[in-house]
Design a protein around this ligand. Structure first.
Ligand code: ATP
Length: 228
């Protein structure tokens, strides 16, 4: 039997981790929609330093990825960027980040990790994954073109998810251990598609905010000839 915290006066934090290599309109729509659906007042973005599961470092430097994030979210005063994962040595484990945040904010704070359906379906490949549910909730955004996460999840993950699903608005009342599937429909953009377009010298306009596209051009990011 899973025990959930339900203190109505809970302080809650909406967290959005990712590589953001580069940030794109899908990320922007996810953040905007999640703030509304979860009735959250603020969102913290946590760019990953060394996303170990990819088997390679991000192509753009941490500095460039943060600059692009700042540019993309500049109009949203309720969004902030937390660079702790960039400052940590070694592979970026979300469980470490959540432990730090839990220690800072205390046992009663609500921590909710915003995640795409594709990543949520593979959550059991994350370092110490069962511990994630003892630290945070998950708000899952379906990824267009990908199967429903609950269909492709492994038997172990499916068993772990049993009895944990809740309504979006109820999530802020839970400190950890729950998940919700958001109704958001966000553009089917991916960072890898943008990188591919750039590699093939194709336009990326409309896939990321104009400021980000300009920044990529100006700094020749994702250009196989350049080293950035
Ligand atoms: P890549 O194509 O390099 O794998 P990405 O587009 O998935 O990158 P990330 O920075 O890895 O971008 O994504 C951060 C989080 O946002 C992940 O949980 C991912 O599943 C989710 N996400 C990214 N784009 C979308 C999208 N278009 N729809 C739903 N979820 C998304």
């Amino acid at each position: 039997m899973v025990k959930f915290e339900t203190d109505a006066g809970l302080k809650s934090f909406l967290l959005f981790g990712g590589t953001f290599d580069p940030v794109h309109n899908g990320h922007l729509a996810m953040a905007t929609e999640a703030l509304v659906e979860l009735a959250a007042s603020q969102l913290t973005i946590l760019p990953a330093g060394n996303p170990y599961q990819r088997g390679r470092l991000p192509l753009a430097s941490a500095m460039h990825r943060v600059e692009m994030l700042k540019m993309a979210f500049t109009g949203m005063a309720n969004v902030s960027i937390d660079t702790r994962e960039l400052e940590r040595d070694g592979p970026t484990f979300t469980v470490d980040t959540l432990r730090e945040l839990r220690q800072t904010h205390g046992d009663d704070a609500g921590l909710t990790w915003l995640i795409g359906g594709d990543a949520f379906a593979r959550l059991d490949s994350w370092h110490q994954w069962p511990s994630l549910f003892t630290l945070a909730n998950f708000a899952v955004v379906p990824r267009q073109g990908e199967p429903h996460p609950l269909i492709t999840a492994s038997a172990a993950l499916t068993a772990h998810l049993a009895d944990r699903q809740t309504e979006a608005l109820a999530l802020s009342q839970c400190a950890y251990g729950r998940y919700t599937l958001l109704a958001a429909i966000v553009p089917p953009v991916s960072s890898s598609y943008i990188r591919k377009q750039l590699k093939n010298h194709q336009s990326t306009r409309g896939l990321a905010p104009d400021g980000v596209c300009d920044y990529i051009e100006q700094h020749k990011l994702y250009d196989p000839q350049e080293n950035n």
